[in-house]
Write a protein that binds this ligand. Sequence first.
Ligand code: AMP
Length: 175
Amino acid sequence: MTRDPSWLAGHLRDIPDFPQPGIVFKDLTPLLGDVDAFRFAVDAVADHAAGLTVDKVVGIEARGFIFAAAVAYRLGAGFVPVRKPGKLPWKKVTETYALEYGSDSLDIHEDALDSGDAVYVVDDVLATGGTAAATCRLVERLGGQIAGLAFVVELGFLDGRAKLTDHDILSLITV
Ligand code: AMP
């Protein structure tokens, strides 16, 4: 069987109007539950990251953790969580970013990176890019350098890449 992005895309499920009207939620649980699809996705990201120098892999809460932790293990790199407000127990640095209505924020532990660390950022979905851009700012505020970013799914029509210029970006599936 040929395993490629269109095969992988067959393991996504679209959920209309979740979590709110007008949003088509990309449900990755069928992909996660299929040993071949999950392994293909993790290996494709890890192969991309293996061509770069990476000290730490940052995963974005919550689905990003699943892929980022597996990629970190494969690379032999540390894993760092970027979390939603109120979740991290230690001293943290916060970045706020705009949503369509209102704003949201993300935290990282202030000692999560060493200055100069090369950081690879992983999340499940790139939509408007606000989440990933805020994560890059957190990394840079701690003295880290963005080595690259990877997403399982990119919603190309939202042009999230425009917020991530100058970075090496992999997306396995673009819709
Ligand atoms: P954004 O900041 O707009 O790029 O949104 C990216 C974050 O929101 C990621 O952490 C995704 O998990 C989540 N997200 C945004 N849109 C979707 C979608 N249509 N389906 C699933 N997750 C999404």
